[in-house]
Design a protein around this ligand. Structure first.
Ligand code: INI
Length: 161
């Protein structure tokens, strides 16, 4: 029988929102999509037991501004994790790559610099149809991103950070 090392010291995050403070940072650009992401996020927050008083919602002009607001929430100690929600649609901008790329890089920088989970729930799509599909009731990036945030808070807690 072969030995496997998968379970002895396995560390897995739990998706449990009790006592967890969550910041949501949303881009107003394409708010017909980001409002749908917010609805998905709110559903997941409720399902997983995050208290209303533990949620801070911040709106910024667009995806490019999301990392700075996320950093402010973390640095000033308001939250245990941030969920960033935005919509960058290629068909609607000539600077898609700059906005999408800098948003992603900025978010990753904040979480690596601070050690606090900052989730990339920003849709980067070719067209509006794809953005609508990823912000639907049955497939919603906002919902998925809240679960990711809770899992990472739990995981990092177990790893001692
Ligand atoms: N911001 C978005 O969130 N999505 C977009 O699709 C978008 N487009 O198309 O340009 C967008 N631009 C605005 C950008 O995020 C900044 O707010 C702006 O450049 C000011 O810094």
């Amino acid at each position: 029988m072969s030995t496997n090392f998968r379970s002895a010291n396995a560390v897995t995050g739990e998706v449990d929102g009790s006592g967890v403070r969550i910041g949501l940072v949303l881009g107003r650009f394409n708010d017909h999509i980001t409002e749908r992401l917010l609805e998905g996020a709110e559903n997941a927050l409720a399902v997983h037991g995050v208290a209303e008083a533990d949620v801070t919602v911040v709106w910024v002009p667009g995806a490019f501004e999301i990392p700075l607001a996320a950093k402010a929430l973390v640095v000033h100690g308001h939250v245990d994790a941030v969920v960033c929600l935005g919509a960058v649609i290629r068909g609607e901008t000539s600077h898609y790559d700059f906005v999408a790329g800098e948003c992603a890089r900025g978010i990753q920088d904040v979480q690596l610099e601070t050690g606090v989970p900052v989730v990339f729930g920003v849709l980067t799509t070719e067209n509006l149809e794809q953005a609508l599909a990823r912000s639907a009731e049955d497939d919603n990036k906002g919902e998925e991103s809240v679960r990711t945030a809770l899992e990472m808070v739990s995981l990092l807690g177990q790893l001692g950070s």
